[in-house]
Design a protein around this ligand. Structure first.
Ligand code: ADP
Ligand code: G6P
Length: 470
């Protein structure tokens, strides 16, 4: 593969920021890819002259590279079988559950692992082709953990960073992974490894110390060949001011008022926004809400919940199961408690434009963010950026966001009784208390936005101990 252009900054992520959609008449359109990685990285790359390597979301031949929003998008192909083995298999059937506290069991298959290696090598080769001499390659997330070492072999001149958007598990869990050492050595091909929280970086360093023949001092790992890789926490964020600005536009404000009217002007509007994933705690949230309606603690005529559940990884059994459970529970709650013409729980299983998401955040009095485990959770930060001072947020302790948004009503979503108390506390919190909490959280999210995150990461990468060979 020969490429005419090379770039000083190259991002590699499993997904491109846009997904290819081929219609029945053969025409092709592109739509924004799901998830927080794309939300964050798209803002980072806008205005930077960089390239983004990733999969187009469909099996088969990759489209030709193309330009979009100042970015050069370089598609990497995946065969149908690789989608099954690398993406759905090892990435989302082995790593995703293992890295999220095995909320569902992790499955290991040697065939999946082989495909993971093949695809990681393909990404490394693509990056090697389009990165300028002495350039920087920023590898993203758990789908590409073997890529850093593979790229280093091909291009010892480039500086390589890796950022983990999800948690890094405690060594006791990580140890379950077959050929776990290869994965760590793959990561250690990077000069700098970024994690959402310090405990994630510590888990990684502990795994290196315990499972590899390396020396770990502080946040540095020294490899047998003398190279050093550094690992530290750099918590990700959102494009706060752009989102806050969008939320104050008359269109979004009017739409927010309209959403409330459409719901019958509830006294309290609660909101959940998640990919339909078993890590997000949607079932626990609905259980708590159902009991609160049942006990009469919440009146279904005046307290409404909107639950947005974005379709995700729909061919995997665990995702089909959680969808079934969520949809059954929503049906039960509405069947048991909704008044005629105004359902208690509005369930939305689809994607929305940014403006509509912002309008929902503006409209909601109480945001419910209750994951069982989440690397960061950008939705929590988006609510803080969009909503005025009179908002309130229930936030799971098991999110990265909980370390930064301490003024949220923190909760353990496994403890349904306490979760119910916390929801009631958030709903009933007096305005002065709401204002104090929201202002502090907004300051935090305004100061620590995604641009600052990218600057911190790239500065740490540039300063990482090991300078690449020139
Ligand atoms: P994850 O990356 O696990 O999906 P995050 O909360 O970090 O979780 O990021 C989710 C991102 O996807 C946020 O930017 C959120 O606004 C966006 N999002 C979630 N649901 C929808 C939806 N139905 N339509 C459009 N965007 C959505
Ligand atoms: C999370 C992961 C991302 C992933 C996104 C959507 O944010 O950290 O790597 O892209 O979920 O999941 P999907 O499997 O559809 O790419």
């Amino acid at each position: 593969m020969s490429e005419d252009r090379t770039f000083d900054l190259v991002i590699a992520a499993n997904r491109l920021p846009v997904d290819r959609e081929t219609h029945d008449d053969g025409s092709v359109t592109w739509r924004r890819s799901p998830g927080g990685l794309v939300t964050a990285m798209e803002s980072v790359m806008r205005g930077r002259e960089g390239a983004w390597i990733g999969w187009s979301g469909n099996p088969g031949d990759a489209p030709e590279p193309f330009h979009q929003d100042d970015m050069y998008l370089h598609p990497v192909p995946l065969t149908e079988r690789e989608v099954g083995d690398y993406y759905e298999g090892f990435s989302n059937g082995s790593l995703w559950p293992l890295y999220h506290d095995v909320i569902v069991p992790a499955t290991f298959k040697r065939r999946w692992r082989a495909a993971y290696e093949t695809v990681n090598r393909r990404f490394a080769e693509a990056a090697a082709t389009i990165t300028a001499t002495g350039g920087t390659v920023w590898v993203q997330d758990y789908q590409l953990q073997e890529m850093p070492a593979m790229l280093r072999e091909l291009r010892p001149d480039v500086r390589i960073g890796w950022f983990n958007h999800i948690p890094f598990p405690p060594v006791e869990l990580f140890m379950q992974l077959p050929r776990r050492e290869d994965l760590l050595l793959g990561l250690l091909g990077a000069d700098f490894l970024g994690f959402q929280r310090k405990p994630d970086a510590d888990n990684f360093l502990r795994a290196c110390r315990q499972l590899l023949d390396v020396s770990v001092e502080g946040d540095e790992v020294r490899l047998p060949d003398g190279r050093i890789a550094r690992a530290a926490a750099v918590p990700i964020s959102i494009d706060t001011s752009a989102l806050a600005e969008l939320a104050t536009t008359p269109q979004v404000q009017e739409r927010a008022a309209e959403i409330r009217r459409q719901l019958g002007d509830p006294e309290h509007l609660l909101l959940g926004v998640d990919r339909l994933d078993y890590t997000k705690g949607i079932r626990h949230r609905l259980k708590a809400m159902g009991e609160l309606y049942a006990e009469g603690a919440l009146d279904p005529r005046t307290v409404k919940l909107i639950q947005v559940a974005t379709p995700s990884r729909e061919r995997l059994a665990a995702y089909q199961q959680i969808r079934g459970e969520v949809e059954r529970t929503v049906g039960q709650i509405n069947g048991d408690y909704s008044p005629i013409g105004a359902t208690a729980v509005t369930y939305l299983h689809r994607s929305f434009p940014r403006e509509e998401m912002a309008a929902m955040f503006v409209a909601a009095d109480v945001m419910l963010v209750t994951p069982l485990r989440d690397g960061m959770n950008l939705v929590a930060k988006e609510y803080v950026a969009c909503h005025g001072d009179d908002g309130a947020m229930v936030l799971s302790e098991f999110t990265g966001a909980a370390l930064e948004l301490e003024q949220a009503h923190l909760c353990n979503p496994h403890d349904i009784a306490r979760l119910k108390d916390t929801i009631i506390r958030a709903i009933e919190s007096p305005i002065a208390d709401r204002e104090r909490r929201m202002r502090t959280m907004r300051r935090q999210v305004m100061t620590n936005d995604v641009q600052r995150w990218a600057e911190l990461f790239l500065a740490a990468l540039a300063a990482a101990p090991e300078r690449p060979a020139q």
